[in-house]
Ligand binder design. Structure first.
Ligand SMILES: Nc1ncnc2c1ncn2[C@@H]1O[C@H](COP(=O)(O)OP(=O)(O)OP(=O)(O)O)[C@@H](O)[C@H]1O
Ligand SMILES: [Mg+2]
Length: 495
């Protein structure tokens, strides 16, 4: 069986591939069918429980410790880092445990008929601006949990696939449809992503994206508690979320019931005023994205070029968000029929060989290296692969060394500042050591060798060739051209 699985911060949603249809998995939760699994883990009697079971433990007070928005917690850590307050459990293990629980629920109490030992092939996704290590962790956790991941997309691309699928029937009418662009605005529980995607027939290309790794509905939950003067805890935040989800565009008061006292009445206008700076930050990112479209000669204000702004993600149901977006985008705004499910359905479509969709994605992060500066002790940043580069690509560098050993410190980041220095969500990759000094050419371990300035090595010429593959891997071949020896390194995020 093939599935599209949107591992979300608040809600994990699963869509199946079934004869050209993409039904959502519904989970039997005490007789009620729910179309998602909550991203919660809890310790109960010393045992780790996840999903609906954890939500229940959190609600009835039987949890000794609980973590909501598990994906947000996990993505802030390196895969082998321990999760605070879950002794002995790493980020990778927590994600694996959650997905193992999801697999069990799919088999034992969902509406999908899945034999216990059926291979489950899954198309999965991560937020567009995710670091490589989060991509690795996601795939690895799915694998360890007993799924067979068949591909990893960026969440907004999946939503664009779903949008296009809604319109494929009319597209098929026309012989040749022109290339169109759509901007996806995805405000979820934990992350904000906005991406521009081009559609041409059944071909999709992610061409640019911006986003904020830590902005979503969770932040509105915190504001609800702040407005009510209640200290945040996993339990209180869940109550705040439930209250927030009852908001309607006409609401003036919001009642928060945390259980241990009289319900607190919150002035909705005050709540929206608190939320406005966060909403503004998402709009700034969207403007940045529009700017990038203009740089490519696409006019986002021309409806023939930019078809629409597609609104997905649950947090877009927060009335203050809808209002701000309507004020900015007017008629361009298109609301997903099922804002929670767009990503999962898009993933299922992408997983369906009969849907014949072709997807091409650009790099969503900057990748580069810190090098020794020629003169002093300073390091200079060399941006090797810019954000939004469409692979595969090969990059070359040639230079003369000033030190005995090349110590290359690779990293990725979300943005570069005006001076070209890395900023925003920096993630270091594993270091690489290369012997510039020919007398060290046969030595395998170089990290412990003291590095010194060696003006005499200027006679050597070094060539670096970086290869960025379509599978997202980066490797580098470094060669001392003058002396004819080389090494090749597979580069990877620290894990
Ligand atoms: N009616 C509503 N009003 C306000 N907020 C809502 C409403 N319904 C859902 N939300 C909020 O939407 C968020 C969840 O959205 P969604 O399911 O798209 O996120 P996710 O996919 O789990 O997270 P992410 O994509 O960031 O990993 C939660 O913060 C939830 O409280
Ligand atoms: Mg989401």
């Amino acid at each position: 069986m093939r599935l599209g699985i949107d591992f979300g911060t608040t809600r994990t949603v699963v869509a199946a591939v079934q004869d050209g249809r993409y039904p959502l998995a519904a989970f039997d939760e005490g007789g009620e069918f729910r179309e998602h699994v909550p991203g919660i883990a809890a310790l109960r009697d010393g045992e780790l429980v996840v999903g609906w079971e954890a939500a229940r433990a959190l609600a009835d007070g039987s949890a000794e410790h609980a973590i909501r928005s598990l994906k947000r917690v996990v993505s802030a850590l390196a895969p082998d880092e321990e999760v605070a307050e879950l002794p002995g459990i790493t980020a990778l293990e927590l994600a694996t445990e959650f997905l193992r629980g999801l697999r069990r629920s799919l088999v034992t109490h969902s509406n999908l008929e899945i034999p216990a030992d059926a291979p489950l092939e899954a198309m999965v996704a991560v937020p567009a601006n995710s670091a490589s290590r989060q991509r690795w962790l996601t795939l690895e956790a799915f694998r360890r949990a007993g799924f067979a991941p068949i591909g990893l997309l960026n969440e907004p691309t999946a939503a664009a696939v779903e949008l296009a699928h809604l319109h494929l029937a009319d597209l098929a009418q026309k012989k040749k449809s022109p290339k169109r662009y759509v901007v996806v605005y995805d405000l979820g529980g934990g992350t904000f992503d906005t991406s521009a995607i081009s559609l041409e027939g059944r071909s999709f290309e992610l061409i640019a994206s911006e986003g904020l790794a830590r902005l979503g509905g969770d932040d509105f939950d915190e504001l609800v508690l702040a407005a009510a003067g209640v200290a945040p805890s996993a339990h209180a935040l869940e109550r705040a979320r439930e209250a927030k989800e009852t908001l309607r565009p006409t609401s003036r008061k919001l009642l928060l019931d945390v259980g241990d006292r009289e319900p607190i009445s919150i002035d909705v206008a005050d709540l929206y005023a608190r939320a406005q700076p966060l909403i503004d930050r998402t709009l700034v990112q969207t403007e940045l994205l529009f700017e990038r479209l203009r740089e490519r000669g696409i006019d986002p204000d021309d409806p023939r070029e930019l078809g629409g702004v597609y609104l997905v993600g649950g947090a877009a149901a927060f009335p203050a968000v809808g209002r701000a977006l309507r004020a900015r985008f007017g008629k361009k705004l298109q609301l997903a029929p099922q804002p929670f499910a767009a990503t999962a359905i898009g993933l299922a479509i992408a997983a369906d060989p009969d849907a014949h969709v072709m997807i091409h994605e650009a790099i969503t992060r900057h990748f580069g290296v810190w090098r020794e500066a020629a003169g002093g002790v300073d390091k200079v940043f060399d941006p090797l692969i810019g954000k939004d580069t469409a692979g595969p690509v090969t990059i070359k560098r040639r230079y003369r060394p000033t030190h005995a050993i090349g110590h290359l410190r690779f990293l990725e980041c979300g943005a570069l500042d005006r001076a070209g220095q890395p900023v925003q969500d920096l993630v270091p990759w594993a270091d690489v050591y290369f012997p510039y000094d020919p007398s060290l050419a046969d030595r395998s371990e170089l990290a412990s060798v003291p590095n010194e300035r060696r003006p005499d090595l200027l006679a050597n010429e070094i060539a670096e060739t970086y290869t960025y593959g379509t599978d997202g891997t980066i490797s580098v071949r470094i060669e001392n051209v003058s002396r004819g020896y080389a090494r090749t390194y597979a580069l990877g995020a620290l894990r």
